[in-house]
Structure formats: structure tokens, C-alpha cells
Design a protein around this ligand. Structure first.
Ligand SMILES: O=C(O)CCC(=O)C(=O)O
Ligand SMILES: [Fe+2]
Length: 244
């Protein structure tokens, strides 16, 4: 039988990851993606980017990456168990039995540059980040964050207010200036393909830095656990795309 796409991580390893997420802003599962599968995925992304003339691509949902290891990863019992256990250990609640909201992002060219420094909170409690390709020269395309700035809001409306305070021109300009000038001390994450990174996406202000136009920076995001999934306000106003 083929090796699983993601290893079984025992509770002791997951507890260490959760502790790191609380303390440092992120936790790491090291060397958990098989190099041959990673190489195939790198070819897949490079092909998609070449197909649009070396510009930005975003593929949302499992269907958009069918046949790749990202499809297998979203269905992997080991990977699902890891995320559910992290959720339970981190929040004290049982993780919901729901699929991931998954996105594959490839930054390149002029449009890739535009998709940098967009500071946001995710809509989902846990974000698992799978780096696929990172630039080898020039700007590194780090993930920068202010981890764990807020708690999980009781209502969707309170959550929306946080988002409005963050997602406006002034706040975005200040944060961007803080990042480019080095005046704000972000937690900086330089990702290594092969590792998987976990953080509290809902609770953490974060954004990716740009890479040079002739480089590719590709990541896969697996979002898990929307605290406001049942909110009727959300259903009426939702900007978020449904999963698959
Ligand atoms: O690509 C990245 O490094 C982060 C992207 C992100 O935060 C998101 O898509 O929610
Ligand atoms: Fe995010």
C-alpha cells in the first residue's frame, strides 16, 4: 500500500504544536510531505502559472486540485485527525465534522505582487499552511503575523466588526508601512516546503509578503472550523464562498 500523504501524528506531537501556536503564533509538523509528491505538486502549480502567462492563480475547493496530493490531503484521515485534535486541544471543544475550505495560491508576476500585504483574520479557527514553492532568490515571501490578537467572538456580528476595523484603507496602509519599514514587530514565518504550519487563523492578523515577479511563491491553505457557521446573519450577508 502507498504511504499515507500525511503521517499519523500522536497526541504528544500535536500537543507540542498547539503549545507553540499559543506561545509563538505557529506550530510546525516537520518533513511530513513526501518529496516526490511535493515535486509533482510543484510541477502542477508551475503549469497553472505558466498557463496564465506567469501571473497569480488561486484554485478554490477540492475539485480544483483533483488528482493532486492536495485532494488526497484534504481527505486524509491522518491530516483530518491532526486538525480536529489541534482544534480540541486549543479550544476545549470537539472539532466539527466538516470538510476543509481549501485554497491553492500561486503568486507570480505583477498580479502576484498585488496579492501581498493584505492583512486579515481568517473566517476559520485553524489554518494549516502547506508551502509548495518558495522563492529561492530576491524577496522571500514570508508570512507575517500578529498572532492571537483576538478571541473567538460569540457572535458573527462582533467578528464582522473586527474585520471591518482591519479591512479598511487606513489600517491596511499603517500595517503595510509597519511591515516594509520594519517599525512593527511582526512574527515572521519563513516556510520550508515539506513542512506544514498551523496557526490560529481566526485569531491572528496575518498577510504574506511579496516575491519577485519572476519567482513563484505557492501555498496551499486548509481552513478548518468556522465558529459562525450557524449564524443567520452570516448566511444573509456572507462574502465567503461555500466549500465544494
Ligand atoms: O499564502 C499565504 O501564505 C497566506 C494566505 C492566507 O492567509 C489566506 O489565504 O488566508
Ligand atoms: Fe489567511
Amino acid at each position: 500500500m502507498a504511504e499515507p500523504v500525511f503521517p499519523y501524528l500522536p497526541d504528544s506531537v500535536l500537543a507540542r504544536i498547539v503549545e507553540d501556536m499559543h506561545r509563538n503564533g505557529f506550530g510546525v509538523a516537520y518533513d511530513c510531505i513526501d518529496p516526490a509528491r511535493l515535486a509533482a505538486l510543484q510541477d502542477f502549480v508551475a503549469g497553472k502559472i505558466a498557463g496564465v502567462g506567469g501571473e497569480y492563480v488561486a484554485l478554490t475547493g477540492r475539485g480544483a486540485v483533483s488528482g493532486t496530493m492536495l485532494e488526497a490531503l484534504s481527505l486524509s484521515p491522518e491530516f483530518n485527525r491532526a486538525c480536529r485534535t489541534i482544534y480540541r486541544m486549543g479550544t476545549g471543544r470537539v472539532g466539527p465534522d466538516v470538510p476543509f475550505y481549501q485554497v491553492l495560491r500561486g503568486l507570480s508576476g505583477k498580479t502576484g505582487e498585488k496579492h501581498a500585504y493584505f492583512f486579515h483574520y481568517d473566517s476559520y479557527v485553524i489554518t494549516a499552511l502547506v508551502p509548495i514553492l518558495m522563492p529561492s532568490v530576491g524577496k522571500a515571501g514570508d508570512l507575517i503575523m500578529f498572532p492571537n490578537l483576538r478571541g473567538i467572538r460569540k457572535t458573527y456580528l462582533a467578528n464582522l466588526l473586527d474585520k471591518v476595523l482591519l479591512d479598511n484603507r487606513l489600517t491596511q496602509i499603517v500595517l503595510r508601512w509597519g511591515a516594509t519599514s520594519g517599525r512593527l514587530r511582526f512574527t515572521r514565518l519563513r516556510m520550508k516546503p515539506g513542512n506544514v504550519y498551523f496557526f490560529w487563523g481566526y485569531r491572528s492578523v496575518h498577510a504574506n509578503e511579496p516575491c519577485d515577479r519572476d519567482q513563484i511563491r505557492a501555498t496551499a491553505l486548509f481552513h478548518y472550523g468556522n465558529p459562525h457557521a450557524d449564524s443567520w446573519v452570516r448566511r444573509l450577508t456572507s462574502r465567503e464562498a461555500p466549500v465544494d
